[in-house]
Design a protein around this ligand. Structure first.
Ligand code: SAM
Length: 264
């Protein structure tokens, strides 16, 4: 496991990383991606740069290892990942984790809605199940009702648990792509990275949501930038969130230095 603290400093984004990000713009024109972003509630718009990282990851992640999503909410990112995995013929196992307990609920939203209500947790969990059972039907993920802390404990123990669909799920093993979009406090973000890192092998990819420079979660930015600067990792591109790859060669890993043009 690598050690990262909370040192400051930006990462210089190379022209190659900027070009690579540009090459993945076609995902925004995918009619099904646009449609999912319209009909499924969530935190991604059809032009969100994270979609380019999803597309890149589904094409280039190592074939030995799982896709892990921390923070699934109503299933928008879940269903986008499923779709892009199917589109790119990737059969890596897919696990999501969410306790459906929300941040920033100290005060009612707009002084109107109390998002800490058990009824809202129930609503979000049920809507996630409906959305995922329908739109990810060809390739259902294992969806675990747990905090990321508990999820990674289960992962380390290679535990078999029952997922929200009532199906057995055996956790553990290498992780090819991790999308970290759960709790965003400094401690939670640090814990999620520390928990996922030992399972990410050479060529494995991590996208830190809400880590953009000058974004709303400076501690997440600081952590992600430090990972991107660490010798064990390299920046793939900024979405503007930090999207990194563990160094080392695998059959599926590719150079960042692609010629200009369409997505490889
Ligand atoms: C921003 S939402 C995720 C949005 C989703 N990825 C999307 O793109 O539509 C954050 C989610 O993190 C979940 N969450 C909060 N605390 C968590 C924790 N400790 N571990 C895992 N997930 C957590 C919340 O329940 C919420 O559904």
């Amino acid at each position: 496991m690598i050690r990262v603290g909370f040192t400051r400093g930006r990462v210089r984004v190379s022209p190659a990383a900027r070009r690579l990000f540009e090459q993945y713009r076609d995902v925004h024109a995918d009619a099904y991606v646009q449609w999912l972003c319209t009909v499924v509630g969530g935190w991604l718009s059809p032009t969100d740069g994270n979609l380019r990282a999803f597309d890149y990851a589904m094409r280039h992640m190592p074939s030995e290892g799982s896709i892990v999503e921390i923070g699934a909410f109503l299933g928008l990112s879940t269903n986008l990942l499923t779709y892009l995995a199917v589109k790119h013929h990737r059969d890596n196992p897919f696990f999501t984790c969410d306790p459906w307990t929300f941040e920033g609920t100290e005060r009612p939203i707009g002084n109107v809605f109390d998002a800490s209500r058990p009824a809202y947790r129930h609503y979000a969990r049920e809507v996630f199940k409906l959305n995922t059972a329908l739109f990810s039907e060809p390739r259902m993920p294992s969806a675990i009702d747990a905090t990321s802390e508990r999820f990674f404990e289960l992962w380390r123990n290679r535990a078999t648990v029952t997922d929200v669909f009532g199906r057995p799920a055996t956790l553990g093993g290498p992780i090819s792509f991790a999308y970290l979009d759960g709790a965003h406090e400094a401690e939670a973000a640090r814990r999620d990275f520390a928990a996922v890192d030992p399972h990410v092998g050479p060529g494995g990819l991590i996208l830190f949501d809400d880590s953009a420079d000058n974004g709303t979660f400076p501690e997440v930015t600081r952590l992600a930038a430090e990972v991107a600067r660490h010798p064990a990792y390299e920046l793939v591109f900024n979405t503007p969130n930090y999207f990194v790859r563990k160094r080392g060669q695998t059959a599926a890993s590719v150079s960042m230095h692609q010629p200009a043009g369409r997505a490889p």
